[in-house]
Design a protein around this ligand. Structure first.
Ligand SMILES: [Zn+2]
Length: 236
């Protein structure tokens, strides 16, 4: 179980390493993404302007039709008063048409400039992408590596858990589910829990050392593991 705990710690670290690449990758792609966003808004504006332009063109066409009809009427007037009235209308329609045409010209100008801007943005974005591409590929490669390390650890964990007893594994997993980082702790040389350092009764100590049963610390509940290589008198 202690090896399992160690493995789980390694898995957690490997997982953190894999996800640590995400914000870096995002940061690397940031300049190009900003340009992409700008391109998108210019493109939207361009589309709106083209719709406006089309609408104005239709309106101008309609006015030209009206002008033509008014011209024809002018040829067939019967008196001066009728002629004056038609001329007034002609004048109004002509002026409205001029306004439309001016707006169309100015829109066409803006459309041209927006299209230029789009081309420029495209170039800058391509440059920005190209500039960070080696770095991005490197990061992706490293992340892939970290991911395969993680998968290897998870594979090892699977093998491990198949060797651990069901009961032990259940206790271990329920501890982990409770969010505890330390599930297994070594019994210290002087017979205390390696996690909370409260003394373990002598009877339990010897049960831990025998290692046949799963013994838990009565104070903090961690699973107690026998000291490695028995009691070697190192630091007292
Ligand atoms: Zn304890």
């Amino acid at each position: 179980l202690r090896s399992l705990q160690k493995l789980d710690q390694e898995i957690a670290e490997a997982r953190a390493r894999v996800s640590a690449f995400d914000p870096i990758l995002e940061q690397v792609a940031e300049p190009a993404a900003a340009l992409e966003k700008e391109t998108e808004s210019v493109r939207t504006r361009l589309k709106e302007m083209k719709v406006d332009q089309r609408r104005l063109e239709l309106s101008a066409e309609e006015k030209q039709g009206r002008l033509k009809r008014l011209q024809e009427r002018l040829n067939g007037v019967k008196n001066l008063r009728e002629e004056a009235a038609v001329r007034v209308e002609l004048d109004i329609v002509r002026r409205a048409l001029e306004t439309d045409e001016q707006e169309i010209m100015s829109l066409m100008d803006q459309v041209r400039r927006s299209e230029e801007q789009l081309r420029e943005l495209d170039e800058r974005r391509a440059e920005a992408v190209q500039e960070v591409e080696p770095r991005r590929l490197e990061l992706v490669r490293e992340q892939t590596e970290a991911r395969s390390t993680l998968e290897g650890l998870e594979e090892r964990r699977k093998e491990y858990t198949s060797q651990v007893g069901d009961k032990e594994l259940r206790i271990y997993e329920s501890f982990r589910a409770g969010g505890r980082a330390v599930v297994v702790a070594v019994l210290t040389d002087d017979g205390a829990c390696g996690f909370c350092f409260s003394m373990v009764p002598l009877q339990r100590q010897s049960e831990v050392r025998v290692g046949r049963e799963l013994i838990r610390c009565e104070a903090c509940g961690v699973i107690l593991a026998p000291p490695e290589g028995g009691a070697n008198g190192g630091g007292g």
